[in-house]
Every structure is written in C-alpha cells, then in structure tokens.
Design a protein around this ligand. Structure first.
Ligand SMILES: NC(=O)c1ccc[n+]([C@@H]2O[C@H](COP(=O)([O-])OP(=O)(O)OC[C@H]3O[C@@H](n4cnc5c(N)ncnc54)[C@H](OP(=O)(O)O)[C@@H]3O)[C@@H](O)[C@H]2O)c1
Length: 268
C-alpha cells in the first residue's frame, strides 16, 4: 500500500468530507468539462482537494470550475505539445500535483472499414498518445516529490468489442500502460490505478456515430465511477472494474477462450 510512503496524510484522506485536511492536496483532472471527469471533480471537491481542471469546451469547463472551486486549464490534448504544456502549466500554477486523473477520451462506433483515417488518428491521439505524454510530463514531478497517484480511466471495451476496433485497441493500450508503469514505479511512492468502467450515462454515448440503444448493461451515473476513482486513490487499488462484475468477461476469456468467443459472437 503506497500511501504510507507518499507525502500525503493518509489519516486526513480517511477523515471524510466533514474534517478539514491539514493542507490542500492538488489534483489535475482531464476530461473535466463533461461526464466522468466532471463527476470526479465534484467528488474531489467534496474531499477538499484543490483542482486543476482540463477540457476543451471553455464554457462547460468554467461551469465545472465554478461549481468545484477549481481552476480551468482549457487545452486541446490532441495537439502535439498539448499534454506536455498542460503538465508544465499545472505544476507551475498548482505548485505540486498529488493526483492525476486522466479522464479525457473519445469514442467511435461502426465498422472499421468505414472509419475515416482522421478519426483513427484523433482517437489514438487523445486516448493513448495524450494520456501517455501527460503522465510523462507529471511523473518526474511526482517521483521528485516522493509520491503521488495516477488514475487512468480505461474501459471494459479494452477486451475487444465488435464495431469499436480502434477504441478497444486504445483502451487495451491504457491497460498495458497502467500495468507496466505500476511495476516500474512500485517502490517510488507513486501509485498507478486503472479504473475500468462499463457503460456510463454521459454525453460520450451520443458523441459516437451510433448512439447506445442496448437495454443492458444499463448506463450507470458518472458519480458512481467518480466514487470508485476516489476509493481507488484512498485504498491504493491497482485495477477496479465498475460495476465489479464487469471483470467477469476477462476471466471467462482467460479460463475458457472458446466459450468466451462463442458468447461474444452470439451476444456481441
Ligand atoms: N461513457 C462511457 O460509457 C464510458 C465507458 C467506459 C470508459 N469511458 C471513458 O471514460 C472517459 C471519460 O468519458 P466520458 O463518458 O466522461 O465522456 P464525455 O462526457 O464525452 O467526456 C469526454 C471528456 O474528454 C475531453 N476531451 C476529448 N477530446 C479532448 C481533447 N482533444 N483535448 C482535451 N480534452 C478532450 C472532453 O472535453 P470537451 O468536451 O471539452 O471537448 C470531455 O471533457 C473516457 O476516457 C472514456 O473513454 C467512458
């Protein structure tokens, strides 16, 4: 459990919303202008965190910043220097970053053959390259400070979902990155958590080409994912599925791959 070696006061983290912590811890949250990132910002604000919030849409980002007492840092993470600049600015403005929640992400649904090449580039730029470059910008600061927490938002689609080939591949990359990085920084005081949501009721579902129309799994509120993000930070969890039964398909694929592939072909 890494909190003991981190510079944070673990007792203060456990104290709950009513107790004021000895000093404000600072979190950088991407994807904060919408959905899960905005819900994470609200959750952290309730725990007295100082917030640096990133998104692209300035109006929505400013609304979240106003509601949470955070500072808006609007930047496009898909630009070549966007993530590095955000990391630099956040460290300069915040003085420190104790927690990074990398929530920015985009999806695309449909047959891969129909996916415009520009969308392949954009999806991988936001979901994979920007996420890694942002961690690359923040990690040396955390290592220098002797600790910190990095939460990467993955997806159950990382297992490989029909009609979401590139999105699935991007989230599989996030999974492997989280795992590999966690081994690498294991003794440094930096903790890497991978939060893996199922279907979440956010604008994400409408921003894809084909809206989500399945009755099951029913989309869950983003606040539920935000609670899990917070619990992963508090308890130093490595990988958390939301809901927890979403871990099941991966287990079935490992122990009974043929059965798994038959079920996927049948039920999608
Ligand atoms: N919703 C789901 O069912 C679901 C399920 C599993 C995993 N996830 C993952 O959860 C994360 C958050 O998704 P969500 O559901 O909260 O989606 P969302 O409501 O669409 O929010 C996506 C966020 O990413 C930001 N973003 C996108 N492109 C960006 C760019 N180029 N530069 C900076 N920010 C950018 C958006 O900013 P602007 O709006 O300001 O452009 C927005 O704040 C994503 O990584 C997604 O893959 C979602």
């Amino acid at each position: 459990m890494r909190w003991t070696r981190s510079p944070y006061d673990r007792a203060a983290l456990r104290a709950g919303p009513s107790a004021a912590p000895p000093r404000k811890r600072t979190a950088l949250v991407t994807g904060a202008s919408s959905g899960i990132g905005a819900a994470v910002a609200e959750r952290l604000a309730a725990e007295h965190w100082r917030l640096l919030l990133n998104g692209r849409d300035e109006d929505r980002l400013n609304n979240v910043a106003a509601a949470t007492g955070g500072t808006a840092l609007p930047r496009d993470l898909a630009t070549p220097d966007g993530p590095a600049r955000l990391a630099r600015d956040a460290i300069k403005i915040g003085g420190r970053i104790d927690l990074l929640v990398a929530g920015a992400g985009v999806g695309w649904v449909g047959p891969f053959a129909d996916m415009p090449g520009s969308q392949v580039d954009r999806l991988m730029a936001v979901n994979v390259v920007a996420l890694m470059r942002l961690v690359h910008g923040v990690l040396p600061h955390m290592l220098g400070a002797g600790g910190g927490t990095i939460v990467l938002i993955g997806s159950v689609a990382g297992i490989g979902v029909r009609n979401e080939a590139v999105y699935s591949a991007s989230k599989a990359a996030v999974h492997a990155f989280a795992e590999a990085l966690r081994y690498e920084v294991a003794d440094s005081g930096v903790h890497v958590a991978h939060v893996v949501p199922g279907v979440v009721d956010t604008p994400f579902l409408d921003r894809r080409q084909i809206p989500y129309t399945r009755s099951r799994p029913r989309p869950m509120p983003p606040a539920r994912v935000a609670d899990v993000v917070w619990e992963a930070c508090r308890h130093g969890r490595d990988e958390v599925f939301v809901p927890s039964w979403m871990r099941l398909p991966g287990c079935v694929r490992t122990v009974a791959p043929e059965l798994y592939h038959r079920l996927v072909r049948r039920f999608g």
